[in-house]
Write a protein that binds this ligand. Structure first.
Ligand code: SAT
Ligand code: MN
Length: 581
C-alpha cells in the first residue's frame, strides 16, 4: 500500500539529504518485526535473553553517551520566538534546519532508511492522528512496532484525513555535539539527529504525541497531555476513569498498573504516559491513549512495586541498558533484593557490588500494551473513555501534601501550573534538583506555556461537569528523610478517596491550598501507616507554602503580560488565604 503523494515527497527529500544505501517501506507485520530482530541479533544491536525464562526478549546496550532525553538539545522552532515561550529552547526554523542539515547530509550512507507510517490512537478513532517517520535505526523501527500502530492501518487513516506529521530521524554519528531534536509545529515536522534514545528518537512519542500534538490541540480545542489513563473499579463493578500527569520517572507506570490493596477495588490500565483529551458534544471530557505500548523505567520495578509490569516484561520485550545475569536473564536494581552473582552491567562490563548501579538508572523496557495483565478491556475504544478526575502529581520531599483537591476548574489549572518537581535520571543533567514543571509538561509543551495555561482555563466552561482536579505527592519525607507515605499499592487508597469525592461521598477539610482528606476519610484498613504519619503527610504548612509561592511568582514573571489573569489572581487569593505569618 503506497503513501499519499505528500508523504512520498517527504521521504524522497529525506533520502536526497541523507543518501541511504537502501530505502525500505515498513508494513508493520509480525514478519517484519522478526526480520528486524534477526538483523539486530546478527549485527550485535540486540542480545537474545534466556528464551526459557524470557521468550522473545532482547537486550539493547545504547551508546553510553545516549541514555536519556537531552532537553538542552531539544528545540521548538516556531517562526516567532514568543510562540515557543520562555520555557522552550528556541531556534529560528531556517537556522535550525541549516545546522541540522550539516549533520544529516549523507548520514545514512551505507545504511538502510526505514520508512515508518504510524498511527497514534486507536484505529477508527476520530481523535487518532498519523505520522510518517524515516530512520536509519532498526532499534527505533522495532520500538515503533511496539509503541505505535505501524503500516497499513496508518496509511488507511492517513488517506482518509489527508494529514500527517513528518519525522526525519538519523543516528548520524551519535555525537552529543552533533545532536539536535527539532520541532517545527507550523510545518508538522520533526527532525531528530544524533540520538537513538526513546524520547529523542521514537518520534511518535514525545515529539509528535506531545510537542506537535499540543500545538495542534490548542488550535483545535483539545489537549495533548503527559498523562496516564486508568479506570478504578469499585466493589459494585462501577468504573471511574482518571488521568494523571506526572514528570518522567516519577511513578506513572506504577500508578497506571497499580494492584489494589483494598478488597473489592481494582485498577484498569489504559495508558501510562500520554493522553489526548477532548470535550464531546455532551460536554463530557474523554480521553484516548495515542500509544499502544509502554516504554517504562526498569530500575525500581519489581514484584513489590509493580507486579503487573514485572510479569508483562517476561516475554516479547526489548530492554535497554539493563544488567545481564550469566543465565541470560535481565536484571536491574529493585527487581530482586539481591543481585544474581556474575552480573555484567549495562555497558557489558563485569559488575561488583558497591561499584555503582548495575543497570543504568534510566534503563527501560519496551513492551506492547496488550501484554499488561491489567490492560482495560476497552483500552482501544475509538470513542475513548469519559474522564471524571484529573490528577497532577510531582516528586517533592517537602511542602506538597500527599493528596488534595482543587476548589474548582480554574483553581485546578492553577495547581497544575504551579507544579515543581525533583529531577530524575530520565533527563541528562543533575538528579534531585527542584525545578518548575507545570502539568509535568515543561519538556513537552510545543508552544508558549502562558498560552497553554490560557487554553486549559478556556476548556473549563465547555465542560458540562468539569472533572475534579487533584494534586498528589507520594514523595513527602519526614525529618529523617523517610517517606511519610508507603506509596505503590497503597496509592489505591488515595484513588478510592478521589472516586468518592467525585461521587460526593468522601469527606474533606478546607485548607488554603485546597480540600485535603478529612481525618478518617482515607481508607487505611489493613495499611501500615500511623494516623500521625498520615496527618504529617497531609499537612499544609503556611510558612513553607508562602516561600514556595514567592518562587512561583518569579517563574510566572517570566511570561510577562502573556500570563492569564486568572492564574495571577488565583496566586493572589492563595496568598491571602495563607495569611502573612
Ligand atoms: O522521554 S521518554 O519517552 O524517553 C521517557 C520519559 O522521559 O518520559
Ligand atoms: Mn513520559
Amino acid at each position: 500500500m503506497s503513501l499519499t503523494r505528500e508523504a512520498e515527497r517527504f521521504v524522497d527529500d529525506a533520502a536526497g539529504l541523507t543518501r541511504p544505501a537502501k530505502v525500505v517501506w515498513c508494513d508493520g507485520s509480525a514478519a517484519e518485526y522478526d526480520r528486524l530482530i534477526d538483523l539486530m541479533l546478527r549485527d550485535g544491536t540486540l542480545l537474545a535473553l534466556d528464551p526459557r525464562t524470557h521468550p522473545r526478549c532482547y537486550l539493547h546496550r545504547s551508546d553510553p553517551g545516549d541514555v536519556a532525553r537531552t532537553e538542552q538539545l531539544t528545540f521548538v522552532c516556531t517562526r516567532g520566538r514568543d510562540d515557543a515561550g520562555p520555557t522552550n529552547n528556541w531556534m529560528a526554523p531556517a537556522e535550525a534546519k541549516a545546522t541540522a542539515r550539516a549533520y544529516l547530509r549523507g548520514s545514512m550512507r551505507d545504511r538502510t532508511m526505514h520508512v515508518v507510517p504510524y498511527l497514534m490512537g486507536p484505529p477508527g478513532s476520530p481523535m487518532s492522528r498519523t505520522g510518517v517517520m524515516v530512520t536509519d535505526s532498526a532499534y527505533v523501527v522495532a520500538s515503533m512496532h511496539l509503541m505505535t500502530r505501524v503500516g497499513r492501518v496508518a496509511i488507511q487513516h492517513m488517506r482518509s484525513d489527508d494529514d500527517f506529521v513528518a519525522g526525519l530521524h538519523s543516528l548520524a554519528d551519535l555525537s552529543p555535539d552533533r545532536r539536535l531534536i527539532l520541532h517545527f509545529p507550523e510545518d508538522k515536522l520533526i527532525w531528530s539527529v544524533g540520538s537513538g534514545y526513546g524520547g529523542n528518537a521514537l518520534l511518535g512519542k514525545k515529539c509528535h504525541a506531545l510537542r506537535i500534538a499540543s500545538w495542534q490541540a490548542r488550535r483545535e480545542g483539545w489537549l495533548a497531555e503527559h498523562m496516564l489513563i486508568l479506570g478504578v473499579e469499585d466493589p459494585e463493578g462501577r468504573v471511574t476513569y482518571l488521568a494523571a500527569a506526572m514528570p518522567s520517572a516519577s511513578g506513572k507506570t506504577n500508578l497506571a498498573m497499580v494492584v489494589s490493596r483494598l478488597p473489592g477495588w481494582r485498577v484498569w490500565t489504559l495508558g501510562d504516559d500520554i493522553a489526548w483529551l477532548w470535550v464531546d458534544p455532551q460536554g463530557q471530557l474523554r480521553a484516548i491513549n495515542p500509544e499502544c505500548g509502554f516504554f517504562g523505567v526498569a530500575p525500581g520495578t519489581g514484584p513489590g512495586t509493580n507486579p503487573h509490569a514485572t510479569l508483562m516484561v517476561r516475554s516479547n520485550a526489548i530492554f535497554t541498558n539493563v544488567a545481564l545475569a550469566p543465565s541470560g536473564e535481565p536484571w536491574w536494581e529493585g527487581l530482586t533484593p539481591e543481585p544474581p552473582a556474575g552480573l555484567v552491567d549495562w555497558q557489558g562490563k563485569p559488575w561488583r557490588p558497591g561499584g555503582g548501579p548495575a543497570a543504568h538508572p534510566n534503563a527501560r523496557f519496551t513492551v506492547h500494551a496488550s501484554r499488561c495483565p491489567s490492560i482495560a478491556p476497552n483500552w482501544e475504544d475509538p470513542q475513548g473513555v469519559p474522564i471524571s478526575g484529573l490528577i497532577f502529581g510531582s516528586r517533592r520531599s517537602a511542602v506538597v501534601p500527599l493528596a488534595f483537591e482543587a476548589f474548582d476548574w480554574s483553581h485546578g489549572v492553577f495547581l497544575g501550573s504551579a507544579m515543581s518537581t525533583e529531577t530524575t535520571a530520565a533527563i541528562t543533567g543533575q538528579v534531585g534538583v527542584v525545578r518548575r514543571d507545570p502539568m509535568a509538561m515543561l519538556p513537552f509543551c510545543g508552544y508558549n506555556m502562558a498560552d497553554y495555561f490560557a487554553h486549559w482555563l478556556a476548556l473549563g466552561p465547555r465542560l458540562a461537569t468539569p472533572p475534579r482536579i487533584f494534586r498528589v505527592n507520594w514523595f513527602r519525607r519526614d525529618a529523617d528523610g523517610r517517606f511519610l507515605w508507603p506509596g505503590y499499592g497503597e496509592n489505591v487508597r488515595v484513588l478510592k478517596w478521589m472516586v468518592e469525592r467525585i461521587r460526593g461521598s468522601a469527606r474533606a477539610e478546607e485548607t488554603p491550598v485546597g480540600w485535603v482528606p478529612a481525618p478518617g476519610a482515607l481508607d487505611l484498613e489493613g495499611a501500615d501507616v500511623s494516623a500521625e504519619r498520615l496527618r504529617r503527610a497531609l499537612a499544609c504548612e503556611p510558612g513553607e507554602w508562602r516561600a514556595a509561592l514567592d518562587e512561583l511568582d518569579g517563574f510566572y514573571a517570566g511570561f510577562g503580560p502573556r500570563l492569564p489573569a486568572p492564574i495571577r489572581e488565583t496566586l493572589a487569593d492563595t496568598r491571602r488565604r495563607l495569611g502573612t505569618r
